[in-house]
Design a protein around this ligand. Structure first.
Ligand SMILES: Nc1ncnc2c1ncn2[C@@H]1O[C@H](COP(=O)(O)OP(=O)(O)O)[C@@H](O)[C@H]1O
Ligand SMILES: [Mg+2]
Length: 382
């Protein structure tokens, strides 16, 4: 029988642990939802645009859920937005999802690409340092020096790949990229063609296959955002993704997303309804600047998005699991909430202290879990 630990030299090494290859931290949407996608494809009788893996109706069901086929809802909020996004992607214009950070733009873009093209990994992650090579193509320099420019020496970028493979090209955070680099998308979006001046004849022109389009996202609030040229703006349909305003919907979202994260981490934690309520209430108060009792509070500069709410909830569960008795309390939530709000703006600390002293103190007199939140107030004075 294999032993769990072995002596190597004088060191005891846990072989059972070192032998197990760790699972990937995150799989793309087409893998995570492969069963749902297969089920949708099998039952899909609607017309499919050329190059699409599913019909527009099935893409809609994949994102908004379909009880008959046991497809889970993945995006909460504006259902009509999804229809408009799907229609744009069928048209000859690109789709640009804009909005505050943490409103699920990236998630939506990944889900749309997974459903429409069967893959979401042809992606450019825009940064201030993104170059045209990283978007279009570059060269294997050893081959380039040995043979000169040839198709063999060419290394395709995500845009080239998607044009050839007839799939959606995702462009994350497009407005972080320098405007002159962003503009390399203009000819691709208008003529659906990519020129490679280094190659002669037909080899130097790549025509996009049906099924190709560009699906970009942009944040309107973060630092380091550039304006887009008006020529490029005209090639995109803009759709604004708004934060969730309905508290019940946000609670459902936080609960479901946290459960998915806990399942993939193989952790069992008790997250009670009143704790999710408390978390969503605190986020709602700080996001809107008005508590549910009608008290005006100052809004922190930090982003108080639903995505942040999910990550606070998940981190609180980890805290409760590894340092507590696996039952999440108001104190676990408060500790993570403080970490989320206190980033790089000292004024946010003052605003949060005020929230604790005025709002949390009052609620603590009425409800036990808010008393636990108040217990974490000391962390703000560190
Ligand atoms: N309307 C929403 N529907 C579903 N999930 C949402 C929604 N808003 C925020 N989220 C949460 O936000 C997370 C993803 O945020 P992300 O796509 O990175 O935001 P963005 O790209 O807008 O900054 C999701 O995993 C989900 O937990
Ligand atoms: Mg994003």
């Amino acid at each position: 029988m294999e032993t769990a630990s072995t002596l190597i030299g004088k060191r005891k090494v846990n072989t059972s642990m070192s032998k197990l290859p760790p699972a990937s931290l995150r799989a793309p949407a087409e893998q995570v939802y492969s069963e749902e996608l297969a089920r949708l494809s099998e039952k899909d009788s609607g017309p499919r645009p050329s190059g699409w893996h599913l019909s527009p109706r099935a893409v809609r069901s994949f994102i908004l859920g379909d009880d008959r086929l046991s497809i889970k809802r993945k995006f909460y909020g504006d259902d009509a937005l999804i229809d408009r996004c799907i229609v744009t992607l069928m048209s000859d214009r690109g789709l640009l999802l804009v909005g505050e950070p943490g409103t699920a733009k990236s998630m939506l873009s990944e889900l749309l690409a997974a459903a429409i093209s069967g893959k979401s990994v042809c992606t450019i992650q825009g940064t201030a340092g993104t170059t045209e090579d990283q978007i279009k193509y570059t060269w294997n320099y050893a081959l380039l020096l040995a043979e000169g420019p040839s198709p063999r020496a060419l290394v395709r970028g995500p845009l080239y790949e998607s044009m050839q493979q007839a799939c959606l090209c995702r462009f994350e955070e497009v407005t972080r990229v320098q405007p002159e680099i962003q503009d390399c998308l203009i000819s691709v979006l208008s003529d659906k063609v990519l020129h490679i001046p280094e190659l002669d004849g037909d080899e130097g022109i790549v025509f996009a296959k049906r099924g190709f389009n560009v699906l970009a996202t942009a944040n309107i609030r973060d630092r380091g955002v550039h304006e887009m040229s008006s020529a490029l703006k005209r090639r995109f349909n803009f759709e604004t993704v708004k934060p969730i305003t309905d508290r019940k919907l946000e609670m459902q979202l936080v609960r479901e997303q946290t459960e998915i994260l806990l399942k993939s981490a193989q952790i069992e934690v008790e997250l009670q309804h009143d704790i999710v309520d408390l978390l969503v209430t605190a986020f709602h108060d700080l996001r809107t600047g008005m508590t549910i009792e009608g008290i005006v509070v100052e809004k922190p500069i930090s982003v108080m998005s639903s995505a942040e709410a999910v990550s606070v909830s998940y981190a609180a569960c980890l805290d409760a699991h590894y340092f507590g008795d696996s039952t999440v309390s108001g104190e676990h939530i408060a500790r993570q909430l403080i970490g989320t709000v206190l980033k790089d703006n000292p004024d946010d600390g003052k605003k949060l202290r005020h929230y604790f002293d005025v709002v949390v103190k009052q609620r603590a007199q009425r409800q036990g879990q808010w008393k636990r939140v108040l217990d974490a107030r000391r962390e703000l004075d560190r």
